[in-house]
Design a protein around this ligand. Structure first.
Ligand SMILES: [Fe+2]
Length: 135
């Protein structure tokens, strides 16, 4: 579900590394759900999801700082996209899901994977040219 490819490179090493890390975190959650059998993975899943939200915030912040550095013209709009996604993640409350948490988590992860993919190849790709000023 989360498979980073060279094609997703935005041309900035540290941002690519952070995107890869996000993909890895998503994949680890997806693997946990797929492999859990009858075990209760709920606490682990919630902890991983919270880590994913924290890392997403950290990554967005870093990316925004770099966009600022190169005076990226669409910074404000990009920031809004980041903010909306963080709010979307924060609105999920895994603790309120009583039944079929695994299925719910997979659905949630699919939504996250789709958003990240679209964001990187859409909004993030648009800053690639501006970022060449960094090198
Ligand atoms: Fe972004």
């Amino acid at each position: 579900m989360f498979d980073w490819k060279e094609d997703y490179s935005v041309g900035v090493k540290e941002i690519d590394a952070q995107h890869k890390r996000l993909f890895e975190m998503g994949q680890a959650m997806s693997d946990l759900v797929s492999n859990h059998g009858d075990e209760d993975i709920y606490d682990e899943l919630t902890a991983m999801f919270n880590e994913l939200i924290d890392y997403t915030r950290y990554h967005f912040n870093d990316e925004e700082k770099l966009m600022e550095k190169v005076n990226y013209k669409d910074l404000e709009d990009h920031k809004v996209q980041h903010q909306l996604f963080v709010e979307k993640l924060e609105a999920y409350d895994l603790e309120t899901i009583d039944e079929d948490q695994g299925a719910f988590a997979l659905k949630l992860l699919k939504t996250v994977a789709t958003w990240i993919f679209k964001h990187i190849t859409g909004d993030d790709f648009r800053y690639r040219e501006a970022m060449t000023a960094l090198s």
